[in-house]
Design a protein around this ligand. Sequence first.
Ligand code: DX5
Ligand code: ZN
Length: 223
Amino acid sequence: MKTPSMKDFLVAPSLLAANFKNLESEMEMFNTSEADMLHFDVMDGRFVPNISFGLPICQTIRALTDKPIDVHLMIVEPEKYLKAFKEAGATSISVHIETCPHLHKTVGEIKEMGCLVGVAINPHTSVDLLIPILPDIDFVNVMTVNPGFGGQKFIEASLDKIKKLRQLANELNPDLGIEVDGGVDLSNIEKIRAAGANIFVAGSAVFKAENPHNVIKQLKYSQ
Ligand code: DX5
Ligand code: ZN
């Protein structure tokens, strides 16, 4: 498996919106599409008010694709599960700044394992808090909905945050990837890209579409 470059334009369909009854055919759709990696949302019912899926499903998915798996840990004490997710097949792992009192240490542990490392921030969290860690990470996951559920509406104020983050990245880490997660679809992709984001997570927009391949292509190449 090729490690993705997080500064490229990447589309990451979010498994959360897939039809779990037909996981194999959903993965077949993903594999035969132009999607770059699979976004894998782990929720614990503590940091976020919902529970999703965890290690066994990650292992199952790993066996069903050669593409990268981008694990988004919406859980308290994520440092306890890093190794397990790496072993279950994670290519990149993002942890929330809101759950990591020892962020620098946690980021170091993810890197040492050989995973790409991201830091996710909630809609109310200021991008300024990322300044000290920006030089050490591969990407930021800017949450553009309150984490916990798929299918929510994109929060417009996020666009200014993305712009500000891109400016900070130009100074502190020009290779930084900016991932957007939540409510991304064909109606807002152009604004999101223009603001400076380059990694597009999309759950409902892809898996609930009549023609997911087409949506993935449009997300990837829209200007
Ligand atoms: C939300 C998750 C997202 C979610 C996106 O808490 O982190 O990754 O799956 O789903 P959509 O694209 O439907 O908003
Ligand atoms: Zn996510």
